[in-house]
Design a protein around this ligand. Sequence first.
Ligand code: CA
Length: 336
Amino acid sequence: MGKPRPGNLLKASALVICGLIMPGISAAANYHQTPEGQAFIRTMVEDFGFDASRAERLLGEAQKKDSILESISRPAEKTLEWHSYRKIFIRPERIAQGQEFMADHADVLARAEQAYGVPPEVVTAIIGVETWYGRYMGKYRVLDALATLAFDYPPRSRFFRSELEQYLLMTREQGLDPTVLMGSYAGAMGYGQFISSSYRHYAVDFDDDGVVDILNNPVDAIGSVANYFKAHRWQPGEPVADLLDADLPPGSPLLTKGLKPSLKVADYREAGLPVPEAPGSNLPARAVRLKAENKHELWLTYPNFYVITRYNHSHLYAMAVHQLAQALQVGDNSAR
Ligand SMILES: [Ca+2]
């Protein structure tokens, strides 16, 4: 990302989980022989000290995947209404397996909360939405995904060339083989589906074994997701969102544009909306209207909701994470 955006990738995992994506036709692309590929190799050599023949060999190994180009143009967040999107994520199996994940990793999740201030159910919900708790971390080679998008997808080629560059740097730093790591169609990796730049910026060695491994090591993955949230200003103890027993007409000035809250809780209270007592008047807030089965739901969302959208720039995504986290927490409480 010019700015890191692991969650871009989320879009990928949602579809993978739906079983909509199959790795399809691939072809030797000979990216190392194209002018763009040659320029990329020069950058790796001149700016980052890569060996020219190694950079050339890596790029030459990358395969073009047509299915990746098909997938990137139709992310679930842009094609589904809330009630359909919700069904992908808020379902009994995903809640039950999330509770298992929380029980299996209770100590690590508690340590992550202590270190980064992010509750166990929120970290678990992210990993649950992204990869079904590590069960589906992507079926494409990251090298193929990033090269295909870097060199055969003009609308975002600049971004993906940068991610490919970050990927080669990250694998070098961590001593990982860039030809074997697997990820989503957009190159997102591991339990929390970090893209390369986020891997380099936010992933942490949470078990202190000297390697940052969010693909095979759930301890590093948990610490890394929590660190990402802290870095994007998750506020411990602050609310995420409240469902209001009210509606607003489409086009109301209280339904502000943009994901970032631009009004305050007080503005919604003054407009007569039944906002719960807890959120402070000065807390930034944004009303979000979602299409349920037979009606609309009106939610008041707060800065922590916005933080979830830093993982994937979609309010549907953030609401799915929030509701899954709540479901996990309810189960956790009832088990005590
Ligand atoms: Ca580690």
